[in-house]
Design a protein around this ligand. Sequence first.
Ligand code: APR
Length: 238
Amino acid sequence: MDNLKKLLHESNYTVIFTGAGMSTESNLPDFRSASIGLWNKFDPSKLATIDAMKNNREEFREFYTMRMKAIQNTKPHIGHHILATWEKNGLIKSIITQNVDGFHQQAGNKKVVELHGTLRHCHCHLCGKIYCNERFINNETKCKCGGFIRPSVVLFGENLPEEALEMAEKETKKSDLFIVLGSSLQVSPANYFPSIAKRNGARLVIVNMEPTPLDDQADIVIHHRKIGDVLKELNQRN
Ligand code: APR
């Protein structure tokens, strides 16, 4: 940890990369943890794909309604607030996140790249018009144009938002320290960014409860510790 604290304070351009493990301490489940992972209980191919949205619409709507309500009933934890303070103090420059809960922005971070969209609002699948989640939760899913109002998350098989990809690549290549917090790094193209940072000369740090496929590329790996505790320890003055 002393080595990581030193890297953090010596770095000129630190970028944070977060996954669902960043929000489990806010009581939101992640996807692949053995104990709480959503994909251990639900089949993503039947719920989180364009095909599911078209041909399994009732279960699709129930699944995303459950996730929208879960986000409404919880909030960022101390780890999110520490990252917001670090951005204010210039210690970190940006966050690239796979998460759709909006907790980084809610905690106060300004420069946040959402690779997988957001569960904070919906949009019409046909014309792109933005709608609030209440329309979806109340099953009022028909847009004025006739299209289907769906959550603004990236579904499996959909392309990631071009602007987010470009911004993520730009931030990754500017980083001299790239810190992964709470991701199994199993989903592409999001999991390319830690390797791009490393190849581009940045130091790579992975903080994750369980091992990841990129651990051997990392300069520092911290397993079996909660992200909240790691960030609190790093945030101590001495
Ligand atoms: N502290 C540290 N690590 C944690 C904590 C915690 N408090 N809680 C969970 N983790 C770790 C788990 O061990 C797991 O390896 O976070 C990791 C989360 O991995 P996933 O559940 O696979 O989530 P993520 O990597 O964000 O998934 C990527 O997959 O299903 C898609 O779109 C979805 O954005 C998601 C993408």
